[in-house]
Design a protein around this ligand. Sequence first.
Ligand code: OOG
Ligand code: MG
Length: 264
Amino acid sequence: MTLTLSRSDIERLADRVEAAQDNARAIPKLTDDFPRMGLADGYAVQSELRRRRIRQGQRLVGWKAGLTSKAKMLQMGVDVPSIGFLMSNMARTDNAQVRTDDLVHPRVECEVAFVTKKDLHGPDCTRDEVLAATDFVLPAIEVIDSRFAGFKFDLPSVVADNGSSARFVTGARARDVADLDLRTLGVVFEKNGVSIGMGATAAVLGHPAEAVAMLVRVLAELDEQLPAGSFVMSGGITEAVAVTAGDHVVARYQDLGSVSVRFI
Ligand code: OOG
Ligand code: MG
């Protein structure tokens, strides 16, 4: 992947995204000022942001795949999956209360999360390697929060903004992948007791483990790998739905149990 941005531009854009994340303030998409920006530039900004978060004392717990389902690609007008990093301070437990006053315009997604027990790396990583390296899977809700005004962006901009990562909530019930057919699990997504989406895990690149393999292949391009013990979100199955304070969201999975979150 080739860069068009200089080192000082990468730092300037990381400053912009970091301030938008920390102050929950929307900014214009980065390509408005840097129209030649490409995917490699987006990942260069994201990597700079990750180094800063670690320097600030946050701990990297894993990664997320994004834009891995047709529903998400159509919703956001982007047709290439992306990855982003997950830090410990983004994690919430089942039934947690998530504040909305430190977010711009949060949306929720239902996803299958993986926890790994073996290192995964390289440009040829496959779905079967991911399944063999999986310790267990969990039901999850991701709370995304694009820092771009109106949730409008293109691929380089959303990658620079760490794939809109903000919070993630995991269910309590861990399952062994050997006991599940991860391709055909159904999920019902509800907000305030009303269905807001329905789908099956095949929506995510045919199989959620395929999304994790894609993520490992992107990591290889960034000279990174996925160490054992990583937490990985495989991407929203249905469209993301906007939430506000007072909303209660539940994702009910076949065989995986449910996970919920309350916004305050
Ligand atoms: C980008 C993040 C997409 C997913 O699961 O598809 C994502 C966005 O839509 O803001 O997390
Ligand atoms: Mg997501």
